[in-house]
Design a protein. Structure first.
Length: 246
């Protein structure tokens, strides 16, 4: 079957990104695996090809608009990035396909989704990708993960005050947590300001944009790690959600 990737190419061109033949094949194979595994396990409610191109692939790729990410990606030989609550691999897998120098860790608390990701990594021939099954609250305390990453990314996992406690412990000092948010991004950011201060972070860059001709309102926040996160964070599994740092 022929696939038309023109809407995806047009979104990517906004960030001066293009697709090689190999990258195009990887995205198509990823789509096929997503659809076939989605019949057995719950991965996504979005299944039409063009919808996946925009709402999953192009949305994930929007990190390409962040100056801090592009600058560090250009400068460094390799860039470490963890996707917290990655689910079916968003935004981590599209980022890895588009930015191959990234050393990627995909973390999710649902084992079946991690199995799917193992298959995607193997079928797409991706190198320097590690999949991890577990909770962010636990791995954020593990010395081999804590403060080890240049970038932490996360989409659709929790509101920003909660998510910041789950994500920022993974960030190196001088690294960033890049949060992908929808319509309520601005309010969430306002509500998370105190939490960010407690976690040793500050907002460095904010993007407010739309995908696909104004159809979908999106925000990206670059939350910069200024100093080490206090050892008491993240609190034990479940506590960040029950008692957010607001
Ligand atoms: N990031 C993906 C996306 O944007 O399509 C998946 C979003 S899905 C709504 C949320 C995912 O976060 C689920 O796969 C869930 O298992 C995972 N998750 C939720 N809380 C988590 C935690 N504390 N630690 C690790 N993973 C978590």
């Amino acid at each position: 079957m022929g696939y038309d990737l023109s809407v995806f190419r047009s979104e990517l061109s906004k960030y001066d990104l293009s697709l090689s033949e190999e990258q195009e094949k990887q995205f198509i194979r990823y789509y096929e695996l997503l659809i076939s595994w989605n019949e057995k396990i719950n991965l996504t409610a979005i299944t039409e090809f063009e919808d996946v191109l925009i709402k999953h692939f192009a949305d994930s790729a929007s990190i390409g608009s962040m100056d801090s990410f592009r600058k560090i990606y250009e400068e460094k030989e390799s860039v470490s990035l963890i996707d917290v609550g990655t689910g079916a691999g968003f935004p981590g897998i599209p980022i890895k396909i588009l930015f191959p120098k990234v050393h990627l860790t995909l973390l999710d608390s649902l084992h079946k989704r991690v199995k799917f990701l193992d298959e995607v990594v193997s079928e797409l021939g991706l190198s320097d990708v590690k999949t991890v099954h577990g909770r962010a609250e636990d791995f954020g305390k593990d010395p081999s993960f804590r403060e080890q990453y240049d970038f932490v990314v996360s989409r659709a996992v929790a509101n920003l005050a909660v998510l910041s406690e789950l994500c920022t412990p993974f960030c190196k000092v001088g690294g960033s947590f890049i949060s992908y948010k929808g319509d309520h991004g601005a309010e969430e950011l306002a509500d998370a300001k105190r939490a960010l201060g407690l976690l040793g972070c500050e907002v460095r860059e904010e993007k407010d944009f739309t995908l696909s001709d104004e159809e979908f309102h999106r925000y990206l926040f670059d939350i910069y790690k200024v100093k080490p996160t206090d050892k008491k964070y993240p609190r034990p599994a479940g506590t960040p959600q029950k008692k957010p740092l607001v």
